[in-house]
Design a protein around this ligand. Structure first.
Ligand code: PBG
Length: 328
């Protein structure tokens, strides 16, 4: 027998000891379940690249949210998938659109739920960009920041009015957090929480979401407004700017390829940090599991634990049902 001062295996000897010393654990209250809401009734359109997820009309969304709530999920993030789109994305601020209608219905069905609404134009624009396009003097086209911010303030106000506890701008325009905060306050929605997608990267991992919301840009890409994957100091600047403009919660997105960003951001802010475990991250695990290459339950737990361990307080994840089932 060798004499060792440190035998770390002592603390791994059995499940009770491991549970006792675990530094990071998962609770269903930490998770936010995204829901894709369509107009109409009785509609459930499965999303091919996201097994277990579908676009649902409001009545079916309520059923889905109830089932998730029964498993312990309390927070929901709504995305609208309208039937018609136009160049300006006017459907985004239609008070009778799928998101406001969904918010009213969910509030009635689940009075204690935390209802969040994604604020962006891309699900509503025919061109698929996150804002209103303009032609620059040199003939090139880009998203007009300030016009878009003005539209986003309308969207946020409509969602707050429909009962959203949290509005979550995901567009990456400059100055939108301050503008949304003032617009909400001006309308008396001083208690509406603003969760900013503050460090949102131009990522390949949004692929399945773009199928789900039918919002892939018809031309060009989002690199002119979403962040470059090589940058982390810039993420800190984005996050601090949004906190200064009044963000109550800030988000890093995607999560897995950006765990270092989550950790760095956690160190510099004292507001809650959310991470978005995005559609491509979900699709990868399900694809591998359906081939029998990995054990889904364990991979989901390990993945979500890594995001919490990196520093996220809140995780938006399509695995909400997978994990809640496991945690029960
Ligand atoms: C934009 C938005 C996107 C996602 C959330 N909000 C798409 C994008 O920026 O292209 C992606 C979410 C995911 O991939 O799960 N409204």
């Amino acid at each position: 027998m060798i004499s060792l001062v440190h035998r770390p295996r002592r603390l791994r000897r059995n499940p009770a000891i491991r549970d006792l010393v675990r530094e990071t654990s998962l609770r269903s209250e930490q998770f936010v379940a995204p829901l894709f809401v369509t107009p109409g009734t009785g509609r459930i359109q499965p999303i091919g690249s996201m097994p277990g997820h579908a676009r649902r009309s409001v009545d079916r969304t309520v059923e889905e949210a109830r089932a998730l709530a029964d498993l312990g999920i309390r927070s929901f993030l709504l995305f609208g998938v309208p039937d018609a789109k136009d160049d300006d994305g006017t459907g985004a601020w239609d008070p009778d659109g799928p998101v406001p209608t969904g918010l009213h219905a969910l509030r009635e069905a689940l009075p204690d739920a935390v209802l969040m609404a994604d604020v962006c134009l891309d699900e509503y624009t025919a061109h698929g960009h996150c804002g209103v396009l303009r032609q620059r003097s040199d003939g090139t086209v880009d998203v007009d920041n300030d016009v878009t911010v003005d539209r986003l303030t309308r969207v946020a106000t409509v969602y707050a009015c429909a009962g959203a506890d949290v509005v979550a701008p995901s567009d990456m325009m400059d100055g939108r957090i301050g503008a949304i905060r003032s617009a909400l306050d001006a309308e008396g929605f001083t208690d509406t929480i603003v969760m900013s997608y503050a460090a949102k990267y131009a990522s390949a991992f949004y692929g399945p979401f773009r199928e789900a919301a039918d919002c892939a840009p018809k031309s060009g890409d989002r690199a002119g407004y979403q962040m470059d994957p090589g940058n982390v100091r810039e993420a800190i600047r984005e996050v601090l700017t949004d906190v200064a403009e009044g963000a109550d919660i800030i988000m890093v997105k995607p999560a897995l390829a950006y765990l270092d960003v989550i950790a760095r951001v956690r160190d510099v802010v004292n507001v809650p940090v959310a991470a978005y475990n995005v559609s491509g991250e979900y699709a990868m695990l399900h694809a591998a599991a359906s081939n029998g290459w990995i054990d889904l339950d364990r991979a989901v737990r390990e993945t979500l634990t890594s995001i919490r361990r990196a520093g996220a307080d809140i995780i938006v994840t399509y695995h909400a049902r997978d994990i809640a089932r496991y945690l029960r």
